[in-house]
Write a protein that binds this ligand. Structure first.
Ligand code: 5GP
Length: 191
């Protein structure tokens, strides 16, 4: 069976969700991998749609039961992970899996899936632009913004040389087109 996967990783503020949603809307064979998390649902998020929500205890039990292909404590006390059952759910339909996952998780999945995976790192054009975007979003305090900016710089350094493709999200329309072209090329290739 063809078991291709596409991995999107980015520091916060790089515009990852917009790009991932755009790519998902292009091909019916692409399906979003719903991660498990121990963080609380935000806004209108629904269990089984954006995430599978669990308590930290339940999450730890699933780690102990070897239920995850990868998992990370992305923020202190907040666990995120990809369930093995989620991969099987999507592959059973013959679909290509699309991951929206943190940078370390993305590197781990690329290592696991090798040539069957296409991994894309989305980058904000600069630290200053990233800071402006986070300020503009208006959801974080100045301290939280500085923490996110520092984490983004650290993640960008960690990602260096570890992804198949680096997409600089300078102009959103251009970035969407570029992502589209890169994904189409991967889907058309015979790996
Ligand atoms: P948020 O809480 O904003 O939805 O997500 C926070 C971060 O966790 C994002 O960078 C997101 O990509 C990442 N994330 C979501 N699901 C997973 C997962 O299954 N594994 C890992 N390692 N990171 C994830």
């Amino acid at each position: 069976m063809n078991r291709k996967v596409i991995i999107f990783s980015a520091p916060s503020g790089a515009g990852k969700s917009t790009i991932v949603n755009h790519i998902l809307s292009l091909h019916s064979e692409l399906e979003f991998s719903i991660s498990a998390t121990s963080r609380a649902p935000r806004g209108s998020e629904q269990n089984g749609k954006e995430y599978y929500f669990f308590s930290a205890d339940e999450f730890r039990q699933m780690i102990a039961g070897d239920k995850f292909i990868e998992h990370e404590e992305v923020y202190p006390g907040s666990f995120y992970g990809t369930l093995k059952s989620e991969l099987e759910r999507i592959w059973a339909k013959g679909h290509v899996i699309v991951f929206d996952i943190d940078v370390r998780g993305g590197v781990n999945l690329k290592r696991i899936f090798g040539d069957s995976a296409f991994s894309i790192f989305i980058k904000a054009p600069s630290v200053e632009v990233l800071r402006q975007r986070l300020v503009g979003r208006g959801t974080d305090s100045p301290e939280a913004i500085e923490k996110r900016v520092a984490k983004a710089a650290e993640e960008t350094a960690f990602a260096e040389g570890k992804f198949d493709y680096v997409l600089v999200n300078d102009d959103l329309d251009k970035a969407l087109k570029e992502a589209e072209t890169a994904v189409d090329k991967f889907l058309a290739a015979g790996n």
